[in-house]
Design a protein around this ligand. Structure first.
Ligand code: LUZ
Ligand code: MOS
Length: 761
């Protein structure tokens, strides 16, 4: 089945926030944000801005009717700066004007007298000064100290990995409309309609039931709109509340880049111990997360880093510690993988470090330590592992020995071009690690003409979730897809939604849709039995009835009753043709007092082989191929899932190679435009992306035996980093570059010529 949005998108007819027709009297917002990263506000000068033609009002923290607070996990984030500023880009004042131009012109005329305070941008410096967002989190398994004593080989080092800009095509934005009786209707480009509703309730002082949040679709989210859509919606809401006029704010790209948080940069120290057979016996790791100036989702991201700190490997003795360090950068936030990729990069670095020093291929150590079913993760859950099966299938199906030989042959024949190869296994846990978030709702109406309307808590952000929801309804009722319409995500139709995140959106909302459709279907079967066999035992006959392609069948024989007639009959009999269903993932739990539990419904496994060619004169490189065996489960929609896998791989490679986020010592974002922040384009994508489904008959918990597909493929991109490193070592075998992602062409060039920092061998 085609993605139901394909036609709209290609014709430019899909409606995003900025396409909404505006109501008469709409005001436009723009914020004045902090020009310095840390300081105490002495005075704000507004007069010149108020004099700009078209300016209606300028709102400061003191004007809010509710609480000046939007922190989701920890209440540590004011909506508008009150006394202090903590990062460059922190909103201080909200300008409302009759036009976008007036609002932006006025915001530029505001100045503030700010007493500078010390600026911290490095998480290790923040750690030294005890600037922690939350107390440290730890996972322990076995006894690392004892295990290291019996190890034959021990390696210690440091790994650094930078952040990443989400670069959703549609920037952040919201449109708030006052409704009768002092309520608000908010259109928001958000992954989390309920998170927006909650934030708006807090800053306006209104109860949640007076606030309607409506989300049509997003032009991308990637985690950047899981919580960080809240601020813009809250600002518009405050403006609408105070002026009683509609208020719209759609950020331009430069504002968005400057004011919003990104993927968390991490710095880490590792210590890995192996026995004489290259079995990893012990792993110690300390993560320093650069959280930015407020908690945002950092504590949850930090936890997921720990959950993935051993990737696809079984390590019997683990001691992992993670610090969420407060710095004067915009609060960093969710980003596809949610801290997991950073944790995986560090153990992959440790393994490569060991392999380089032992003179063996990293793949040898990787392969010897893959998880087996029954192995315990450091957090207590037992693996139902596909790590070895996906590894073996990848080696076989992609003929890894030939790839290796071709790489060696190429390198023997070429002096200035060198090829590198890496294998990247991935094991990613599916479920929100916060157990209560693993619930969803769906509302299904069958109308009297037989057409079906579906609403769920899922937000369509380009990932194709609406197509999947439509498939669930059409398949469950067995009616043509054209008879089903999936509607917008709206907090009046679906309450208390979890954000569309954690790769779990189709799993959770799909199951809720299935439950709703099944409930209606069961009622319809009784009606069909009554229609076909009046005055007989309808419950008995109903058991023999099913619907196939819009027609009622009895015991594998078609009947004369069709879907539309059946619906009319049900309505005439006053049977309920609507259902609101709730789904909660069974069996998940986690206890942070012991740091043990069963947080994930299941894991997604896979292995990618990544090949790169480095131009050793220029330091430039190309990714030749990514060949992955990936655990889809039984895909609900191959085209949609392949799109997710392809996109994830390219985004992961971008993070590991080209994309270089640069903040200077003053906390100013230097890579603040697309001229200075390079993202993957058609020229830099791998020349070949080949994805093979893992052949397995294990049954899955997810909808229709599928598996979550949103985040796991991103981590195959980590293989690109190590493939480039492998090529560098083909050129200069003694090279041992420090583990420091991204591997920009500039860094590669320096590594090729011994000008980049190396780890102490
Ligand atoms: N968001 C969240 C996520 O709130 N909790 C999670 O565990 C998560 N995991 C991945 C991506 N987003
Ligand atoms: Mo996310 S990182 O919002 O799944």
């Amino acid at each position: 089945m085609k993605n139901i949005d394909a036609h709209n998108h290609v014709r430019g007819e899909s409606v995003y926030l900025d396409d909404l027709p505006l109501q008469q009297g709409t005001l436009f917002a723009c914020v004045f944000d902090s020009p310095v990263a840390h300081g105490r506000i002495r005075e704000i000068h507004l007069q010149e801005a108020l004099d700009v033609e078209g300016v209606v009002q300028i709102i400061l923290a003191k004007d809010l009717r509710g609480e000046n607070q939007i922190g989701g996990i920890i209440p540590d984030e004011p909506l508008l700066a009150d006394g202090h500023v903590h990062f460059q880009g922190m909103p201080i004042a909200l300008v409302l004007a009759e036009s976008e131009e007036s609002a932006r012109a006025a915001a530029k005329k505001i100045t503030a007298d700010i007493e500078p305070l010390e600026i911290i941008t490095d998480p290790r410096v923040a750690f030294e000064k005890n600037e922690l967002i939350i107390p440290p989190k730890r996972f322990r398994l076995g006894d690392t100290a004892g295990a290291f004593e019996s190890c034959n080989h021990i390696f210690e080092g440091r790994a650094d990995v930078n952040g990443q800009e989400h670069l959703y095509i549609e920037t952040q934005g919201a449109y708030a409309l006052p409704t009768e009786g002092g309520g608000l209707k908010i259109y928001s480009s958000t992954q989390g309609p309920t998170a927006v509703q909650r934030a708006v309730a807090k800053v306006t002082g209104l109860p949640m039931h007076r606030i309607e949040v409506e989300v049509g679709r997003l032009g991308g989210g990637f985690g950047g709109k899981e919580d960080q859509a809240n601020a813009w919606a809250a600002l518009c809401a405050v403006g609408a509340q105070l002026t009683k006029r509609p208020v719209k704010y759609s950020l331009n790209r430069v504002e968005d880049l400057r004011m919003t948080g990104k993927r968390h940069p991490y710095s880490a120290d590792y210590k890995i111990g192996l026995d004489q057979n290259f079995k990893i016996k012990a792993y110690e790791v300390v993560f320093y997360q650069n959280a930015g100036a407020a908690a945002d989702l950092s504590p949850a991201v930090l936890e997921r880093t720990l959950f993935h700190c051993t990737n696809s490997y079984f390590v019997p003795n683990v001691n992992a510690t993670a610090y969420s360090c407060r710095t004067n950068l915009p609060p960093n936030t969710a980003f596809r993988g949610f801290g997991g990729p950073q944790g995986m990069f560090v153990i992959e670095s440790a393994i490569v470090h060991a392999a380089e020093q032992l003179g063996v291929a990293p793949a040898l150590i990787q392969q010897k330590n893959l998880l087996k079913t029954g192995d315990e993760f450091p957090y207590g859950q037992l693996a139902e592992s596909e790590a070895e099966s996906s590894w073996d299938q990848a080696i076989r199906q992609f003929d890894f020995e030939t790839l290796r030989r071709e790489t060696a042959d190429f390198n023997a024949k070429n002096t200035h071009l060198k090829r590198g190869l890496a294998l990247m296994p991935v094991c990613f846990g599916i479920s929100f690690t916060k157990t209560l978030m693993n619930q969803a709702r769906a509302l299904v109406h069958v109308y009297t003409d037989g057409s079906v309307a579906v609403s769920t808590g899922a937000v369509e952000m380009g990932q194709g979730v609406n197509t999947k929801m439509l498939q669930v309804a059409a398949q469950t009722f067995s009616i043509p897809p054209e008879w089903v319409k999936v509607h917008t995500t709206n907090t009046l139709r679906i309450a208390n939604t979890s954000p569309s995140a954690a790769s779990a959106t189709a799993d959770l909302n799909g199951k809720a849709t299935l439950l709703a459709c099944e409930a209606i279907l069961n009622r319809l079967k009784i009606v069909a039995a009554e229609e076909l066999y009046p005055n007989e035992d309808s419950a008995r006959h109903a058991a023999a009835i099913h619907i196939k392609n819009g027609l009622v069948w009895y015991d594998d024989q078609p009947t004369t009753l069709d879907w539309k007639t059946l619906i009319s009959a049900a309505f005439a009999k006053r049977v309920n043709l609507s259902e609101h269903a709730h789904y909660a993932t069974p069996g998940v739990n986690f206890d942070w007092t012991t740091a043990k539990g069963h947080p994930f419904a299941y894991h997604v496994y896979g292995v990618a082989a990544v090949g790169a060619t480095v131009d050793c004169l220029r330091g430039t490189y190309e990714i030749d191929f990514v060949k992955a065996v990936h655990d889809y489960g039984k895909s609900m929609n191959d085209a949609v899932d392949f799109g997710q896998i392809e996109g994830g791989i390219v985004q992961g490679i971008g993070w590991m190679t080209l994309e270089e986020l640069v903040y200077d010592a003053a906390g100013k974002l230097r890579s603040n435009a697309l001229s200075t922040y390079k993202i993957p384009d058609i020229y830099s994508v791998p020349k070949v992306i080949e994805v093979e489904p893992l052949q397995t008959d294990r049954s899955n918990l997810a909808i229709f035996n599928s598996k979550a597909v949103g985040e796991p493929p991103l981590m195959y991109g980590i293989g690109a980093y190590f493939a480039i490193r492998d090529a560098i070592r083909a050129f200069r075998p003694e090279a041992v570059p420090a583990f420091d992602a991204p591997f920009t062409a500039e860094k590669v060039l320096l590594c090729l010529h011994e000008l980049q920092a190396e780890y102490a061998a």
